[in-house]
Design a protein around this ligand. Structure first.
Ligand SMILES: O=C(O)CCC(=O)C(=O)O
Ligand SMILES: [Fe+2]
Length: 462
């Protein structure tokens, strides 16, 4: 989970805006384009660095510097689509000094002797792209729609019904002791609008208590914690079912270069070794738009998320690469997650999409199919429990995580906006000390070099 809670970020951007009024979608767009950086998003909206699409929408198309265009214009120039200048619309060549509005250029064709007015030629250059049209949110109400539009799959009624119900009760009871994540954002402490907890799966023969302790600490945004609890037996049972489904799905999918390779008897084999659990009570509890930190997961993780209790919407929104911003807009996909469903965020989801559980104006009460015991009545609940099963990679072991100048483990993030075709090219390690240290961190920033750091190419079995 990410500390950049969207509601907080929205409030922060609003506080930094000049007098203009923007709707929430526009601010979210700016935040997504600035990868969650509130100051950069506010600057962008305040006009310090306005992207082409919003300029066009506001009718403030960037003025073309005639002078510079004329200097660079060459006969038969072909546009690559990235140039801020329009390509010549005909084989034009300037014959007089630019600078006045009545510049004339002479066509190269000898048959046409009458000069044409350059401003007319420039009026609608064909390469000047129209603003991409924003599409309304799409409700993906079936597993096939989810698979078609997103890098996720949805699986319904996955656990034996009694196990799903029992696990719901156990986690709701446990959640009374869970905490709300707290962290520093600039100069203030913010708190996530839901409760969360971190579990380690014991006896996997790989890691000791201290390892899990550090990993758990960073689930809580760097706050020191006790060694996390181990999976309760019902969570262990659920995990086994989830692993089977995940492996079946993974065997149908392509692999990514930087993905962790775990092959058992020639088959891809995914295992969970930790789980994070969240409880959302009522309509308002939520988690803002984020992508999961990759610090211990490494690139291209597969994350399997069980939903229990009240149905909530899971929202996904792509981060459009900078190079494609002029041609397409991000769309929000909303997936209703009923009780006892499994959502798998497959490899590339954290690199391409952000996800959230938005607040809702209404929710249905969940009516458990079984009572807690023979003496108790069935009681409807307004809680949703989520358990995300994750695999913390041995080649991203806590001891191997770079420390920043504050001496604190850094966090790993993908360069979402500059990814190319299928694979994200770059990940970076950044200081995260500020989340707990009154907002004060260092400016440590380092591109991950997977080979130099001795990671990857890892084939292991657990
Ligand atoms: O509750 C959910 O389904 C999502 C939780 C989540 O995004 C997270 O824990 O990182
Ligand atoms: Fe998440």
């Amino acid at each position: 989970m990410d500390s950049n809670d969207t509601d907080t970020l929205l409030a922060l951007v609003l506080s930094l805006l000049n007098d203009q009024i923007f709707n929430t979608d526009r601010i979210l767009d700016a935040l997504v384009q600035c990868d969650g950086d509130a100051v950069a998003a506010a600057n962008m909206l305040n006009g310090k660095q306005v992207p082409l699409d919003s300029e066009v929408r506001k009718g403030k198309r960037k003025r073309i510097e005639l002078d510079s265009w004329l200097k660079t214009a060459r006969p038969n120039t072909v546009s690559n689509g990235n140039s801020p200048l329009p390509p010549p619309t005909a084989t034009l060549r300037p014959i007089s000094k630019p600078g006045s509005s009545s510049i004339r250029v002479k066509p190269t064709s000898k048959s046409e002797s009458k000069p044409v007015d350059l401003s007319k030629v420039l009026k609608q250059p064909p390469s000047m792209k129209k603003a991409p049209i924003g599409l309304p949110p799409l409700l993906l109400s079936s597993p096939s729609l989810v698979a078609e539009y997103t890098p996720c799959t949805l699986h319904l009624s996955v656990l034996p019904p009694e196990l799903a119900c029992k696990l719901f009760y156990i986690m709701v009871d446990a959640s009374r002791k869970w905490s709300r994540n707290k962290w520093w954002l600039f100069d203030r402490v913010v708190e996530s609008p839901h409760r969360t907890s971190f579990y380690a799966r014991k006896h996997n023969g790989v890691d000791g208590d201290e390892t899990w302790q550090e990993a758990a600490q960073y689930w809580y945004n760097g706050r020191a914690t006790e060694t996390p609890e181990t999976f309760p037996p019902e969570m262990e049972d659920a995990c086994k079912v989830v692993e089977e489904i995940v492996n079946e799905e993974m065997n149908k999918r392509r692999r990514f270069k930087l993905e962790w390779k775990n092959v058992v008897d020639g088959e891809k084999s995914w295992r969970a070794n930790v789980a994070a659990s969240n409880c959302y009570e009522g309509t308002k509890e939520s988690v803002g738009l984020h992508s999961d930190q990759l610090t211990y997961l490494g690139p291209y993780p597969t994350i399997a998320s069980i939903s229990l209790g009240t149905r909530r919407l899971f929202s996904l929104r792509e981060v459009i690469p900078a190079a494609e911003e002029g041609s397409r807009k991000a769309r929000t996909f909303n997936i209703p997650l009923p009780h006892n469903s499994l959502t798998i965020m497959h490899a590339s989801c954290q690199e391409k999409f952000k996800h959230s559980i938005p607040p809702q104006s209404v929710i249905d009460m969940y009516r458990p199919a079984f009572s807690r015991s023979s003496e108790t009545q069935i009681e409807p609940s307004n809680c949703r429990i989520n358990i995300t099963f994750r695999f913390y990679r041995p080649d991203f072991h806590p001891a191997s995580i770079p420390r920043c100048k504050c001496g604190v483990p850094t966090i790993l993030r993908p360069d979402m906006r500059n990814r190319s075709e299928e694979e994200t090219d770059r990940y970076w390690w950044t200081c995260y000390a500020g989340a707990q240290n009154e907002g004060k961190g260092c400016n440590f920033w380092k591109v991950m070099d997977i080979d130099a750091e001795g990671r990857g190419k890892f084939t292991a079995t657990i």
